[in-house]
Design a protein. Structure first.
Lengths: 104, 326, 326, 104, 104, 326
């Protein structure tokens, strides 16, 4: 059977204007990769919004998914937190198994 | 005098442009699911910037570049720097906004709304009033400086700790709409009327129709904003959203007179000063002043000032400019 | 008579409009990856609604509003209410569909396909046949009522427990295409020929070309549907997909005669009655009748009835209308 | 180190026409926020579909992600289930850790 | 209360040109369904990319989410691995609970 | 002779088309966030394929189909098969690429870039030089065969184990752009000038304007590629990116002479042979040769060869073709 290895899946939902800063921070924290997903809309303490309601880049958000070796988690969370702390957004971490750990 | 204003306003209010904006506004206030795909809206705004920048460049290449361009550009930059300070003062008097919120709002009023500018040019055109082609370059120039003033107003004394590193200023001064507007302007300047002839039937004839659809979308967005965040608009804020454009237009008027712009050019500079940004500045504020509440500046700029300029402001500025001009 | 139909049908079949639809159909049946971005398709449908609504309004403002508008509108609403009952009866006879599935399908045939309507108007135009401008308002009016009939047919006796609360009816009657069609119609009515002159080169000249691209996309979508769900189409269903438009067109014809519509108007009312919805109604059915299988009504409406109307139906209805008219 | 708190990540894949009803139900169930992701296509018992194959709003789906305190899970699932029960769609729940629990 | 059942959530990030091949393989492996999410951009050993930088279908990626009964996991991973092994992309597996297990 | 080239090149360099490409290139090298939504870019490329295919078909229906079409098509297929072998040889000599990378790159140069082709036609048009309408069919024909050569070059001896099953070849030969180009061509052939009249103001008048915006996007994409992967471009590779189009154009020239094409036709065949794919081939390579590094072939084709052909190549090929032709 294919062997899998334990890892962490970090999902960060953040405002589009901060995307570049976040991914730079992630790279600085030593992650080997990440994936950015589009977001259609959402709701939170700062209210409800939807992609179609945006004239401005300001409004939108993106979801950044980053799968990492467990030992990297703390550095990543520190880096991510520095970027999001003054901003709206959500950070969640899930345990996962991955194939091809050597790639991470 | 007054009846000319009213006449113009009436004519303006019954133009397809305004009516489609109203349609969008009504549709979203009624919670219709009518919506323009984001990609289509972005494509239309690219088309408008492309067309207006290019036509401006061509008309300059026609009449030749004169000192007016440089002077007016500098004047525009100064207006963009100064108007936020004026707006900030008014906000402190008229509203109870926190300093950060007030600074963020003020920044929007120093910068410009390109769609308002486009609507103004199309009114001038249907009135057959000529204007300095380089006003589009001035429009581009006025987008960003207000952001510096806003940050200074927000962080006087202590310096903001984050977001405003090198990358930030590149984002501001090389943001897509500035680059496309200036770029198309320069290309129009280089290729001149001969180049225009090639692409005229793309950027001239369909222009007004595209603008109608774009204003429909603006109406939908403005309506959505009013519906979801209208409650934020305390009377003081609403009043500010109507008074500030008038104040701004007066600044623009005075500067135009000092520069000796044509009536058309004066009207456009007034419109630029009166209009409030809802693209470049909000994005910058989210990065550099995340504590400022976006619902306030977006709703105010899109839900109050934009419709005001579109319906009442533009004919008013036109009357003032022509009254003085002729 | 017959040869006129055939002649028209042939001419129609060899028009760019149909050929691009066929291209799309063939491409997706061959599993080519050709596809139109969703945003572009949506933008084109917005353009078509905008243009056709506006032009309708202008032509009414030209000829003045008469009682005909109101009468025809009422007649259209009634047709939209009644046709689902007819369709439901036919389905019970011709197919073994469950009541819920039959009711959902029936609803589609009471409502209308705006693209079929647009194709019909462009045929009339190339034939130089005038028509009542208010037919677009009638088209908008006929979109929704059929949904009520469908729900009634599905839930006779017991009342559906979910989905059809207040919000539901707002969604139905304020759905994007109705609002845009009516809104553009009214704006055309207000601004009249003067307004049209402003945006003519956007909404008139490129119209047919956009329609070609849109029909290409319709062909791609219809083909995809036939490929993935074609197996659902039992002979009885396919037959219904061809018979029902004919039955509908007869209803439309009779009503048009009673109303004394022009041949052009009669042909459009026949087309509306003959066409089946694939936008407003499917969405409503997913909310209110989720048990109904969407593959059935979508494949039938898009894969059978739409192509039938486009190719054979339209010339046929035109011949009938003109034969009677003149 | 940054401290994280246990929470639940609920992912609901549902037809677009039901999105509004679902999010209303979530709000009613007391969630503090959610995020809506676009869906390109998929396959299930009701067959295969793809975004590009849709003329109609009817066809598409969206993924609604809702991160909540564990104690809210039951109410959320009840609320979500009421909306999806007659409809196609999928509901899954994952354990996760989040930053800034005070925001939830 | 609504009862949930244990299942696995498999997330596969893969190049768009391989999407069809992957989903065919998943169907062959007996999955009852999957959902495809668009991807805006990302970064990995093969560098950074973004949707807007693509003229060509070649560049983009998609995220395929597949929720399955635990006993199906091995077959699925075998099938998925055959498709991705020569390609760039990431496969991760998370434990989850689902409603309506009978649908899977 | 030389001064004609230079004259043409200069005129070409100062055309809006090139200047907007340069604008895009500069904007993304400066890391501006200017970008065209993916859906809009895809819609524009669909528009260009639709318009150019259709116009080609119409012009053939005008002048009637002759043996030239078939002969030139066959010649094009052969060029597409052979050029990758030539490119592969050059790469082995000029660069240190692995066999797989070299084969993948070679495949791109056997296939074609439709935008380069479109730019060439619009240059011919503004020069008032006629050409064989069926060249668009030849362009479509040349897209895919090079992929076979590339796979053969990569896997000589051992056979690739995966990806190239039946489905693969259907993807290649029925890829969207081939189907749309051929389909529109055939429809143009069937409907002829009468059909063109219907949609002229959609596919003819705005054509050049759309092409400007599309080239703006190409510039943005090319610039992004150069910024992120420019380091990959060793001198040998860059040289190849400039030499190979020249070599290809000579092949095209010889074939054109043998076929006795018109100067316009010859220039287009040279352009096709000189241009490198960045749509069909990269996708095919990702599936069948995933080990080949995409940054190499995309950066080379988009960042070096495309700009070279657009700026210097096209006027050069035109001069050669006309010099011989007249
Ligand atoms: N509990 C949550 N679950 C999922 N997404 C959330 C949640 N709370 C906030 N979000 C997302 O984060 C954005 C900002 O949230 P907030 O900072 O609470 O305004 C919202 O628009 C949602 O897209
Ligand atoms: N096992 C699954 N994993 C992920 N998504 C699924 C699964 N089953 C169904 N879906 C999604 O839910 C939609 C409806 O599923 P169904 O109700 O089975 O037709 C499908 O089109 C998929 O997008
Ligand atoms: N650690 C990771 N977390 C999330 N996504 C990743 C990760 N590594 C790679 N990816 C995604 O997979 C794609 C290809 O990765 P690679 O094969 O490393 O070049 C990247 O563009 C990302 O979209
Ligand atoms: Na201003
Ligand atoms: Na009907
Ligand atoms: Na070539």
């Amino acid at each position: 059977m294919i062997e899998t290895s334990d890892a962490k899946r970090v999902e960060i939902i953040i405002e589009s204007p901060m995307e570049q800063r976040l991914t730079d921070a992630l790279n600085a924290a030593g992650v080997t990769g990440y994936t950015v997903l589009p977001v259609l809309g959402g709701s939170g303490r700062s209210g409800r919004w939807s992609r179609e309601g945006q004239v401005s880049r300001a409004g939108g958000m993106v979801a950044v998914i980053c799968i990492i070796r467990e030992e990297l988690l703390e550095d990543l969370l520190d880096a991510a937190f520095k970027v999001v702390k003054r901003h709206i957004g959500v950070v969640s971490v899930t345990d996962c198994q991955i194939l091809r750990i050597e790639r991470f | 005098m007054l009846d000319t204003i009213l006449g113009l306003a009436a004519a303006n209010l019954l133009s397809p442009l305004i009516l489609f904006f109203v349609l969008g506004l009504v549709a979203s206030l009624l919670r219709s699911d009518l919506s323009i795909p984001e990609a289509a809206a972005k494509a239309m705004s690219i088309y408008l910037l492309f067309a207006i920048g290019y036509k401006g460049g061509v008309s300059v290449s026609d009449h030749g570049v004169d000192g007016g361009l440089v002077l007016t550009l500098v004047a525009g930059l100064l207006l963009s720097f100064i108007l936020p300070v004026v707006a900030f003062g008014l906000l402190k008097v008229m509203t109870g906004l926190s300093r950060v919120d007030a600074a963020a709002v003020a920044g929007h009023y120093g910068s410009i709304s390109i769609v308002t500018f486009v609507a103004a040019t199309s009114v001038l055109q249907s009135q057959g009033i000529a204007t300095e082609g380089y006003m589009v370059a001035v429009a581009a120039g006025m987008e960003a400086p207000a952001i510096l003033s806003a940050l200074w107003l927000a962080t006087r004394g202590q310096t903001s700790d984050q977001g405003t590193e090198g990358g930030f200023w590149r984002e501001i001064f090389l943001n897509g709409s500035i680059v496309l507007l200036i770029g198309s302007f320069v290309i129009g300047l280089i290729t001149g009327p001969k180049g225009l002839a090639d692409i005229e039937s793309f950027i001239v004839s369909p222009f007004k129709g595209v603008l109608c659809l774009f204003l429909l979308d603006m109406g939908l967005v403005a309506g959505r904003g009013l519906r979801t965040s209208g409650n934020i608009l305390r009377p003081g804020l609403v009043l500010f959203g109507v008074v500030m454009p008038l104040v701004g237009s007066v600044f623009g008027f005075v500067v135009a007179v000092l520069l000796g712009l044509s009536p058309g050019g004066a009207m456009l500079l007034m419109t630029l000063s009166a209009s409030a940004s809802y693209i470049a500045v909000p994005a910058a504020m989210r990065v550099a002043l995340p504590e400022a509440n976006p619902s306030i500046y977006l709703t105010l700029s899109l839900g109050i000032t934009f419709p005001f300029n579109l319906t009442i402001g533009i004919p008013l500025y036109l009357t003032m400019a022509t009254a003085w001009g002729g």
